[in-house]
Design a protein around this ligand. Structure first.
Ligand code: PGA
Length: 244
């Protein structure tokens, strides 16, 4: 675990880790998050591309989740987020960029297709994650089975309220497609980022609490090759060094 002094330090360390993975294996497969937390990491990666020639052209990206029912061109979709904050700023090969199709006519079939695409790509080399205030990773809300794969999930009321800021005049959608816990845990390496004081309780539960399906992020402690980069203000409730 690394405690970073501030948001910029967290973002820089995360971008270094992603760039290091690319240096080692330019055709790496990534599972990638949305949200406010990784914005700084994406900014750093775009700067590394512009200024240092870091290339993403051979890498493959799978988003962790997408809202159910939202077309790719909806401004609050994770398709739109990724395009705006990352993909349009670097040299990704659009044929290697994947986001679950939230508006697919048959969501269950879309989940199977998405899971198969990750498998066919050889699984993820690095899974980058944020953490919800309730301990969720991707949209695996508290109670998500460790055995889960890509599937349709109902979002908790608290997640819908937190994410309401992206939806004018309403809560976030009721449901989403998320990559599952097993899919995440099968990634060869994982990186969880946490920023902001409002994540301190979730971070403490994930790192100091019991490993339990009630706190999905806690499962990463069983992973073996998971790194936690925590901004200092999100780390203040940690009471012991658990060696993660
Ligand atoms: P945030 O979301 O980065 O916007 O806080 C993280 C998450 O819910 O996983």
């Amino acid at each position: 675990m690394l405690v970073a002094d501030d948001y910029e330090a967290m973002s820089g360390a995360a971008a270094e880790l992603v760039a290091g993975q690319l240096r080692e294996k330019p055709d790496s497969v990534f599972l990638v998050p949305t949200g406010t937390t990784p914005l700084g990491m994406y900014r750093r990666l775009a700067a590394m591309h512009r200024e240092e020639g870091v290339s993403f052209a051979r890498a493959t990206f799978f988003n962790l989740d997408e809202y159910l029912g939202l077309p790719a061109d909806h401004p609050a979709s994770y398709h739109a987020y990724m395009e705006e904050n990352f993909y349009s700023r670097v040299d990704v090969d659009t044929a290697r960029v994947h986001v679950p199709r939230g508006a697919a006519p048959e969501p269950e079939a879309e989940c199977e297709r998405y899971e198969a695409a990750i498998r066919d790509a050889g699984g993820a080399d690095l899974c980058v994650l944020g953490i919800g205030r309730n301990g969720h990773i991707g949209f695996n809300e508290p109670g998500a089975p460790l055995s889960s794969r890509t599937r349709v999930v109902r979002l908790s009321e608290s997640t819908r309220e937190v994410n309401a800021v992206d939806f004018e005049g309403g809560l976030a959608p009721e449901s989403a497609i998320t990559v599952g816990m097993t899919t995440i845990l099968e990634s060869r390496t994982a990186l969880l980022l946490a920023s902001g004081a409002n994540k301190a309780a979730a971070v403490a539960a994930a790192i100091d609490g019991k490993v339990s399906e009630a706190v999905p992020a806690s499962a990463l402690r069983r992973h073996g090759r998971a790194t936690f980069i925590i901004e200092r203000v999100a780390a203040w409730r940690l009471t012991r060094n658990t060696g993660v």
